[in-house]
Design a protein around this ligand. Structure first.
Ligand code: MSP
Length: 651
């Protein structure tokens, strides 16, 4: 293997459901890394794919009345379409149902079985169905699964086991001797902590009687392979293990397995011991990133807060979405995703700092000069503040290079933004609008050339993060064509005087958020102005603005019991209601008199917006709003189906 080859992988994703922002994050991160390493001139291989066997997929298929293969075929295209939309540049996409993979898994199993690394045994244990994992009695936490805390079932059956326990001490020593192997370092400690307890052998089979969706064991047709023993092998089956030695030797060992922190044990205990048993070298790095939380909550289907990356790309554009994910998450830590945070970062980094700099500089080149790259003074870099600005720019290049190698992409991006901000300050200092009034155009040309040079470097450094927008910017600036490479970036003078600079629409039009939402209504993150027009704002089929989960949760909906209802004199559409919301008695004014008689309402359990600012309607104070369905001539109250105390939360 060439020393400088870079092979990066993502986890292969289960095809039980459509992709969400967590999947998008890992894949974008791998893509950004692959693009940077290509820019560093390293031969690069980027692998992603789908994990198509096992209980999760079988269950999803059952629920959808499909065969597991149909389920996989149906869902895999969602992932592939998303990667295309997000401009992911993977070199291969492996599906674990492909022959090139199943064949290798079976061959490995047979070899390990023949070598005595796999044996058959009766196993008495506890099984967690959602996690698809066996646990010993001692591993349970209060009788439940230690991973997900859900109840477990006792199971006794024959199975095949991989002699993982024999590698326990070897693995501890390996992790301790190779500090970069598991990153960040605190994750290595987590694995070492896990290894301090007794390591069991790994059950690598499932009896077909319980689960038949998997790769059949080559030495016992009554069993299929445990999904992880199958899935992890993708990292080698895709690059020619047991089929193409030259390819395999080019790419293996992988430079970096990117994973989420949720799959640390499988990647840092199962996988290394499997490789050890196969006599294969270890991957150089297994890097576990943190989780995207939605606001402060875990993302989950049951909370209904799953962020669909396709929607984000449709609303804000692919590049800003990629940028946000890369800039916002400190690699290794958890990060919070909210549309508010997205808009904040977009407006400050992309619209104010970068976009604004581009439009200022391009406008000045067109209004004060001839619209082409100006000719700087030959000793441009010898005076201040020019020298300092270029020094900050070179520093950004070096820091980005460091950041890529040390997996600190967010820090690398921050350094580029520092150079951008320094350029905005530089312009304030040099005041090119004043220089434009001088007869001598050299000072003005030098100032604008300096700004263009920084923009040229920034567009190259951010190209892997925002491939579309930065390629457009580079074209606009007349940057040399072809992919930029790090070494040549540090050379001053990339832009050639006389090259036309295009006047184009703003790169990142500011997202305008409605400041004062109507009382009680959720604030809308309303992409206004050009951005909203250019980049579709998500809307329901009726064209209604979509809101985020956080927005919705600002509306406090509660059940209420109607105590009393009466007409309001002189207002034939209104009724005055008295309701109890928990312990609290409230008065509401509701426009339902044409549809309900007051006496029909008493005793009903209705739903009200409980945190609406009080309003006076026909001089009567209303403390809340009831919910009703209204279409054409009809209106029906939203009521509660069955008994529940008033004041109950409605979500
Ligand atoms: N199929 C296994 C992986 C096998 S790899 C040999 C699997 N698949 S998964 O579909 O559940 O995807 C897991 C990966 O998605 C996580 O490791 C992580 O990369 C990503 N994420 C899922 N939810 C996430 C967040 N909320 N935030 C960030 N990434 C998370 O596990």
């Amino acid at each position: 293997m060439g020393n400088d080859a870079f092979y990066v992988t993502t986890p292969i994703y289960y095809v039980n459901d459509q992709p969400h922002i967590g999947h998008a994050y890992t894949t974008i991160l791998a893509d950004v890394m692959a693009r940077y390493h290509r820019m560093l001139g390293e031969p690069t291989f980027f692998l992603t794919g789908t994990d198509e066997h096992g209980q999760k997929v079988a269950k999803a298929a059952r629920e959808q009345a499909r065969t597991p293969q149909e389920q996989a075929d149906h869902t895999v295209v969602r992932f592939q379409a998303l990667w295309e939309r997000l401009e992911i540049t993977h070199d291969d996409f492996i599906r674990t149902t492909e022959k090139r993979h199943t064949r290798v898994v079976q061959e490995i199993l047979q070899r390990l079985y023949d070598a005595g690394e796999i044996y058959r045994d009766e196993y008495d244990g506890w099984y967690c169905t959602p996690c698809e994992r066996f646990f010993m009695e001692k591993d349970l936490q209060e009788g439940c699964c230690p991973e997900c805390q859900r109840p477990v079932d006792q199971i006794r059956e024959a199975n095949y086991f991989f002699r993982m326990s024999q590698y326990q001490q070897w693995l501890i020593d390996y992790i301790e001797a190779n500090p970069g192997f598991i990153q960040p370092a605190f994750r290595a400690n987590e694995t070492l902590g896990f290894l301090r307890r007794e390591l069991n052998d790994l059950c690598i089979s499932r009896p077909k009687s319980r689960l038949d969706w998997g790769i059949e064991l080559p030495f016992d047709a009554d069993f299929v392979t445990y999904v992880w023993f199958d899935a992890l092998v993708n990292y080698i089956s895709a690059v020619g293990y047991l089929s193409d030695d030259a390819t395999f030797n080019t790419w293996w060992p992988a430079s970096c397995h990117l994973i989420g922190k949720d799959i640390l044990t499988t990647h840092t205990v199962y996988w290394p011991t499997m490789l050890k048993a196969m006599n294969l070298p270890m991957p150089k790095t297994i890097f576990a990133h943190g989780w995207w939380l939605i606001g402060e909550s875990k993302m989950s289907k049951s909370l209904g807060n799953v962020v669909n990356p396709m929607d984000m790309a449709d609303t804000y554009g692919v590049d800003p979405f990629r940028y946000f994910l890369m800039a916002e998450m400190t690699l290794g830590q958890d990060a919070a995703f909210t549309e508010e945070a997205f808009v904040r970062r977009f407006n400050s980094d992309l619209a104010n700092d970068l976009g604004n700099l581009v439009s200022r500089v391009v406008k000045m080149i067109h209004s004060y000069l001839d619209g082409t790259v100006p000719t700087p003074s030959p000793d441009a870099l010898e005076a201040e503040p020019d020298q300092a600005l270029w020094a900050v720019t070179v520093q950004a290049i070096e820091q980005m290079e460091q950041a890529i190698l040390s997996m600190k992409i967010d820090a690398g991006i921050a350094h580029v933004l520092t150079a951008i901000r320094a350029t905005n300050r530089y312009l304030e200092q040099k005041e090119p609008w004043k220089q434009a009034k001088l007869d001598d155009k050299v000072p003005l040309s030098t100032t604008l050339y300096m700004a263009l040079e920084v923009l040229h470097v920034a567009s190259a450094l951010l190209l892997p993060v925002m491939p579309g927008k930065m390629a457009a910017l580079r074209e606009q600036l007349g940057a040399p064509s072809g992919d930029p490479d790090f070494p040549s970036l540090k050379t001053w003078g990339a832009l050639k005087p006389g090259t036309p600079i295009a006047m184009t629409e703003g790169l990142f039009p500011r997202i305008v958020v409605e400041k004062e939402p109507p009382a009680g209504a959720p604030p809308k993150a309303n992409a206004g102005g050009k951005a909203a027009k250019k980049e579709k704002t998500p809307a329901t089929p009726e064209g209604v603005q979509l809101i985020s989960y956080d927005d919705f949760m600002q509306v406090k909906l509660r059940t209420a019991k109607v105590l009393n209802a009466e007409p309001i004199e002189g207002a034939d559409k209104l009724l005055r209601l008295e309701v109890m919301i928990g312990e609290e008695r409230r008065q509401l004014v509701a426009g339902i008199a044409l549809f309900y008689k007051p006496e029909d309402l008493i005793g009903k359990s209705i739903v009200v917006v409980a945190n609406l600012k009080p309003a006076k309607i026909r001089g009567i104070e209303s403390n809340g709003m009831l919910l009703a369905a209204n279409k054409g001539e009809k209106m029906r109250l939203i009521t509660v189906d069955g008994e529940i105390a008033s004041g109950a939360e409605v979500r």
